[in-house]
Write a protein that binds this ligand. Sequence first.
Ligand code: GLU
Length: 569
Amino acid sequence: MTEAPHIDPRQALLISALSNAIKYQNVPKAGAVLGMVLSAHPELKAQAGAMKSMLADVISEVESLSDEKRRERLSELAPQQLMHATERKVKEKRDTSLPDLPGVENGVVMRFAPNPSGPLHLGHARAAFLNDAYVKRYGGRYVLRMEDTDPKRVDPEAYETIAEDLAWMGVGITETIYQSDRFLLYYDAGKALIEKGHAYVCECESETFRNLKLEKKACPCRGRVTPENLSMWESMLDGRYAEGSVSVRLKTDMQHPDPAIRDFPLFRILTSVSHQRIDACVYPLMNLSVAVDDHALGMTHIIRGKDHIANTRRQEYIFDYMDWNKPYYYHYGRMSIEGLVLSTSAMREGITSGIYSGWDDPQLGTMRALRRRGILPEAIGKTMTEIGIGETDISFSWDNLYAHNKSIVDPLSDRFFFVADAVEMQVSGAKPQKAEAQKFPGEPKRGIRTIPFDGTVFVQDSDIHDQPVMLRLKDLFNVSPEYGSSPLTGMYAGDALADARAAKAPIVQWLPPAYRTSCLIRHPEGDISGYCEPEVASYIGKTVQFERTGFVKVDSAGDGGVIVYYSHR
Ligand code: GLU
């Protein structure tokens, strides 16, 4: 029997953590790393206890490396593993790419059709990016259509907000149209449908119609002759009907299995509210205006959510009656987003009542909030196209979005110390000196931060919570704290990193009184306050990494300190 080759447990952990970090663009949890190593090398089980104590160190080593450095390190340690990690990623990318569409020989015409009721959020982003990806793939036109036919749901500011959001997202809109400019087109289509005998003016009370519809019975108005319908239609346009007294309905099929399809309405009268952009009393309902525009603008493919399936069926009736060629329709599955309010009206209420600080509050899933948090549009687009146009319902993965974002921002972000819930510690036994820390580990050319030590440091409360016998002040030296005194005291305990490792000392961030500024992290789960290095104030608009906390986008700086928005770990 040949003896199994000797495996260094720390090295095995490091290899596993590195290859996972490369493969998934995310450093795995300590427990997962240990589990993976033990299942690949069961002979190490006897050393599991000792290996557990190495984990924190291994994970922080991997976390501190850029993607490039992780690859370099893994290729030194286990080139085979590097190949596997990269191969798998390429394969996964191909599997999740968007399927090809039919009928694309002459390019495509697609649209993004939001209601201008508020800024765009993650729900909109899916439709916006999926359609965009196809227009980019096949060439053609990408119409932004402001669906503003319901004056009750128009927020006048949203026209501009949406355009700004899309510009930031990098979506390639080729033209913008407003449905409120196109009422005459809708009236023409309404008239044509009445003339062809496919639509009628209905005077039933909505409750009466609803009951008849549920019993699959036609209402008395359905039998009205065309000339009479036409003259009532003209009277509607002349403003001779009161709000709610009449509507125009499409004759579909009163036996249709879905009651919502049975003789659905095309137009209504609205006089109690006025529209921001036009003067009208006859308003088209969405199925009429959407079908007319999809035809008039020559849409080739429509990609929309499953919640629009009934609308597609309704709109197909209009296409058939008007003898128009239908576009290809696709309905992607529902996407739930854990812990997130996506309804525009609920967000608005929360802003009014002060739960959110504005549309860009870090708790929200608006493009504005994500932008402020340093989430890049490329990462959002990539996440959405990976989710794709499948009909299966899915839950949105923040982890995927963050991993994509991290792979972009990580190599660009300088590193700084941040200390939350700062606790003062008087350190004796060490001379005043200066710590030199690289702005980016392994790339000294990017700059050095000089952090003075003068005997007093602030450390993070959670780092001393378990009262470790030794702490390593990162990039400085080791300290043995003496707990119980106030302020806390500590003794210099040598410079050697190896001693810190042997003592299982946590490597902690620290800041001296002379070199710190107050820092507020606006976090989706609640703000965090602490201190950071003063230099952070010169990074406004940029992302930096607070190594133990995560990536943050520097938002503003003033007398009160620095405000940053949290991106992700
Ligand atoms: N404006 C509607 C929406 O945002 C319609 C979109 C569509 O017809 O696909 O849900």
